[in-house]
Design a binder for this molecule. Sequence first.
Ligand SMILES: *[C@@H]1O[C@H](CO)[C@@H](O)[C@H](O)[C@H]1NC(C)=O
Ligand SMILES: *[C@@H]1O[C@H](CO)[C@@H](O)[C@H](O)[C@H]1NC(C)=O
Ligand SMILES: *[C@@H]1O[C@H](CO)[C@@H](O)[C@H](O)[C@H]1NC(C)=O
Ligand SMILES: *[C@@H]1O[C@H](CO)[C@@H](O)[C@H](O)[C@H]1NC(C)=O
Ligand SMILES: *[C@@H]1O[C@H](CO)[C@@H](O)[C@H](O)[C@H]1NC(C)=O
Ligand SMILES: *[C@@H]1O[C@H](CO)[C@@H](O)[C@H](O)[C@H]1NC(C)=O
Length: 640
Amino acid sequence: MASPTTTTTPLILHDDPENRQTLAGSPAGRRRLSVAKVLSGILVSVLVICSLVAVINNQTPPAANNDGDKPSAAASFTTQLPKTERKQAPGKLDSNADVEWQRSAYHFQPDKNFISDPDGPMYHMGWYHLFYQYNPDSAIWGNITWGHSISKDMINWFHLPFAMVPDHWYDIEGVMTGSATVLPNGQIIMLYTGNAYDLSQLQCLAYAVNSSDPLLLEWKKYEGNPVLFPPPGVGFKDFRDPSTLWMGPDGEYRMVMGSKHNETIGCALIYHTTNFTHFELQEEVLHAVPHTGMWECVDLYPVSTTHTNGLDMVDNGPNVKHVLKQSGDEDRHDWYAIGTYDVVTDKWYPDDPENDVGIGLRYDYGKFYASKTFYDQHKQRRVLWGYVGETDPQKYDLSKGWANILNIPRTIVLDTKTKANLIQWPIEETEKLRSKKYDEFKDVELQPGSLIPLEIGTATQLDIVATFEIDEKMLESTLEADVLFNCTTSEGSVGRGVLGPFGVVVLADAQRSEQLPVYFYIAKDTDGSSRTYFCADETRSSKDKDVGKWVYGSSVPVLQGEKYNMRLLVDHSIVEGFAQNGRTVVTSRVYPTMAIYGAAKVFLFNNATGISVKASVKIWKMAEAELDPFPFSGLLDRLV
Ligand SMILES: *[C@@H]1O[C@H](CO)[C@@H](O)[C@H](O)[C@H]1NC(C)=O
Ligand SMILES: *[C@@H]1O[C@H](CO)[C@@H](O)[C@H](O)[C@H]1NC(C)=O
Ligand SMILES: *[C@@H]1O[C@H](CO)[C@@H](O)[C@H](O)[C@H]1NC(C)=O
Ligand SMILES: *[C@@H]1O[C@H](CO)[C@@H](O)[C@H](O)[C@H]1NC(C)=O
Ligand SMILES: *[C@@H]1O[C@H](CO)[C@@H](O)[C@H](O)[C@H]1NC(C)=O
Ligand SMILES: *[C@@H]1O[C@H](CO)[C@@H](O)[C@H](O)[C@H]1NC(C)=O
């Protein structure tokens, strides 16, 4: 590869009116900006009112039966136009109905087309900013552009003009994945991978033209791009996804990137920089693991071993561990490990080499990829975003006009009890979408082989919290060992063991011709100890033979004295499942044809042969999130 050309122009990180791009530079754009400014003021007031309403609502005693569809007033910005479940338009039951049905109601999606990796998430001047890989032209991958949306709560969004489009030789085949860094003087930069005309992967720099703009509408690519070429020995397509920068003890900034060497050794390269245009590759990699293939979207971040708040990269010292995560290009899973990062030598070491990055733990055992965390200084938490792909044929995506969804953002912390795994949980703002009233089912006895319907009405947009108790004595006295159990290779929820499966069936029609069981399965070892699994069985989720169906899952730690618990976020074609408060997460994509709209139902089941289970469940209906296009006219109409 060519060596980096020394650039003549120093990095200019201030406004340069001559080179102003696009929208906001036009008079119309400026007008929109000022409208937006006024609006952000209004929004803040609305939010304050909403949170007051939320406080009031929380004091109302919950009713046991949800008869109406009224969402909490704090459910969205639209206090005047409450929306709940997206309903089938009357008389519109055409052949496309099940396809329309698949569109999520409260997950992040643009209006149409293909999306994938989240990019450069951050909190800036009162707004959460999310950028993402986007094809403006089609529901399949191509012409990758940076979409840009902002939010006050990471649930309701405003879509802004594109931040970056493929328009230079170094990114003409795609403005690929990247990360945001806020410099000490407040300037905001993005490092991203450009797919050049010859498909080589080059690292590029862009910056917010006006970092004092809360909306960060204008982005400019650095004139000296690209700032980084693949080093000798690294394939020109094995070099991508620069991380957020952080300062080391020597005052130099660090950046990590995914790569692989010697064909199969996945690794994280580490670079130093002082001026963000010139990067020095460190001689040794941050970390490498044989036989893991190309690492994408490398993420390194600290977690507290004692507290549940998130940490910024600079928060180091005692009671801090570092998580290293990579997205495995070959198996398309996000793998992490907990370990120690030595800030002086820039090396990372796993706590447990047998559970190293790529051979141990995953964020999500279902459909989830290319994730990235960011530190939210507003609420002192670390938040995880990834994308949840389709598992249907591409021709379906083309006919429905969109593909892929982002997960509901999750807070991510170390499990301070086990210290061996992370805990992921939907951000608290998700609960703003919950209906004021919820359905509650207490102490439901589930005999071996039972299935109990939960009558809640339409069951397509739900937040379900379920706990299960089993007789400890029966668990201990069971002698039958089940050492070979594995969610994926055992028989799904149909395979009956002494101690499982038991759980919740969602997106099922009354006859259960379609259903998605999400469940626990307790497997005993020969030494009398037991291991619990959390699985989702998609095999009967759709009558459509052409959509992908798997049994997903993995083991989940259940500590002495803990009940079994799960939370399920059901949203049309996506179900995010969190077991034991988020120790193990499984996300499913399903495409029912019968169990849609009013036909979708929820059941409890126990297919264990040797134990009865006592279940308690709360179910909230979830309102639709707001996704408003720039320049927010819809919102303006509703507010004035
Ligand atoms: C950035 O720093 C490097 C190394 O210190 C130096 O060689 C280079 O000229 C600098 N680049 C700019 C644009 O200032
Ligand atoms: C990319 O954009 C060009 C120009 O808008 C369009 O002709 C082409 O079909 C697009 N390609 C894809 C794969 O979307
Ligand atoms: C940057 O944005 C802020 C806030 O919108 C505005 O007050 C300021 O005038 C802008 N600066 C420039 C140079 O346009
Ligand atoms: C990678 O391959 C080179 C050349 O075959 C060899 O010299 C080197 O030791 C290998 N490195 C590793 C880490 O296996
Ligand atoms: C379960 O089976 C799958 C598919 O064969 C395999 O990839 C996975 O490693 C197995 N899990 C465990 C924990 O053995
Ligand atoms: C429970 O097992 C029976 C018999 O194998 C099966 O027909 C049924 O579908 C299973 N229940 C669930 C929810 O999978």
